[in-house]
Design a binder for this molecule. Structure first.
Ligand SMILES: *[C@@H]1O[C@H](CO)[C@@H](O)[C@H](O)[C@H]1NC(C)=O
Ligand SMILES: *[C@@H]1O[C@H](CO)[C@@H](O)[C@H](O)[C@H]1NC(C)=O
Ligand SMILES: *[C@@H]1O[C@H](CO)[C@@H](O)[C@H](O)[C@H]1NC(C)=O
Length: 313
């Protein structure tokens, strides 16, 4: 009987106490992958300052990673970096990802995630294929396909996302970007490539209170399109955002010259510093889109509420 009581208590404690795992040169886990391998759902993994060169795949649900500067709301203060260089030419976009999240209810705070492969190839920094994954005050950098909202629902707040070509892309993923800063690296590049292919697909990107800037080291005359339609039913909204005088007057364009744009929803509401004559098929909204229309009413159960409604820095 004592044994069963002890066993029961142990199981009970295990359920109550999520573990904290520490990653760092002088910590129990020298890499994020080793900490991940030991982690159980509900655990929190702290990443101490450093540069971690590895590819990380998250396949267990309900894990949280916090970089050393947590809870800073400013990603430029981050000093924990996950970095790797791989191109999709050697496999798929997901194979190239420095961070691939196939699990759900994942939370990532204050980490820089880089794919340093270089120019003119698909090279993903982060791909998410699970659901209800949240990214807070993180920085994602690459050249092409930096952030791949591959499937399911994602919330990004106060993140810095940098790239040259289609640097936020996806087909069926639904993503809300709150107060993110988007750094454009290439003149006449594209911030988004949304590839929704039919009217019953959930794919949708909404940027609220975003700020568009010229990316690190790019020429001061760099311009960018808000996006190009990768699918005939592409949906992207920029609202309440500062377009930073970086956006081309046309604003948007298509992936191919013969693309039908009748069902594309590329829209804006209450943006500043980016006026111009948009392509004829772009839309102006009469009110802002709501987060629940993109992520569903249950978003409050998984989005960290401290990061709602923030503006870009
Ligand atoms: C993850 O969290 C959700 C929501 O709290 C819960 O329903 C689910 O059972 C958890 N999964 C695991 C593997 O702990
Ligand atoms: C990391 O950032 C924190 C907060 O900004 C700071 O206190 C700490 O000294 C930094 N560590 C390193 C190694 O830069
Ligand atoms: C969001 O912020 C704006 C401006 O700061 C404010 O007017 C609005 O009431 C806020 N909305 C919510 C839901 O907190």
């Amino acid at each position: 009987m004592w044994i069963s009581i002890i066993f029961f208590s142990f199981q009970f404690l295990k359920l109550l106490d999520a573990a904290d795992l520490h990653v760092g040169v002088d910590k129990l886990y020298p890499t994020l992958t080793e900490a991940y391998n030991s982690a159980n759902p509900g655990d929190i993994i702290y990443v101490f300052p450093g540069i971690y060169t590895e590819q990380l795949v998250i396949a267990k649900d309900n894990l949280t990673f916090r970089g050393s500067t947590f809870p800073s709301l400013n990603p430029s203060e981050n000093n924990a970096t996950l970095t790797h260089a791989a191109s999709a030419d050697d496999g798929s976009n997901d194979d190239s990802a420095t961070l691939l999240v196939t699990a759900s209810n994942f939370r990532l705070y204050n980490l820089n995630v880089e794919n340093t492969f270089g120019q003119d190839v698909h090279a993903v920094a982060m791909s998410s294929t699970g659901s209800n994954n949240g990214f807070y005050a993180c920085s994602f950098t690459s050249w092409q396909n930096t952030v791949y909202t591959h499937k399911g629902s994602e919330f990004f707040s106060r993140c810095y996302i940098e790239g040259a070509v289609d640097f936020i892309m996806g087909i069926t993923g639904q993503a809300w970007f709150q107060g993110c800063t988007l750094g454009a690296l290439k003149d006449k590049g594209w911030i988004t490539a949304q590839g929704r292919t039919s009217s019953d697909s959930q794919g949708f990107f909404v940027f609220d209170k975003a700020k568009i800037t010229i990316g690190t080291g790019a020429a001061s005359a760099t311009t960018a399109y808000l996006g190009r339609s990768w699918g005939d039913y592409a949906r992207v909204i920029f609202q309440n955002s500062d377009l930073g005088n970086v956006i081309t007057a046309a604003g948007w364009n298509t992936m191919s010259d013969d693309q039908v744009t009748t069902n594309v929803l590329f829209a804006e509401y209450a943006n500043k510093n980016g006026a111009g004559t948009r392509v004829s098929w772009a839309k102006k909204l009469i009110s802002a889109e709501s987060i629940s229309s993109i992520l569903g009413a249950a978003y409050t159960s998984w989005v960290d509420s401290g990061y709602l409604n923030l503006s870009a820095l």
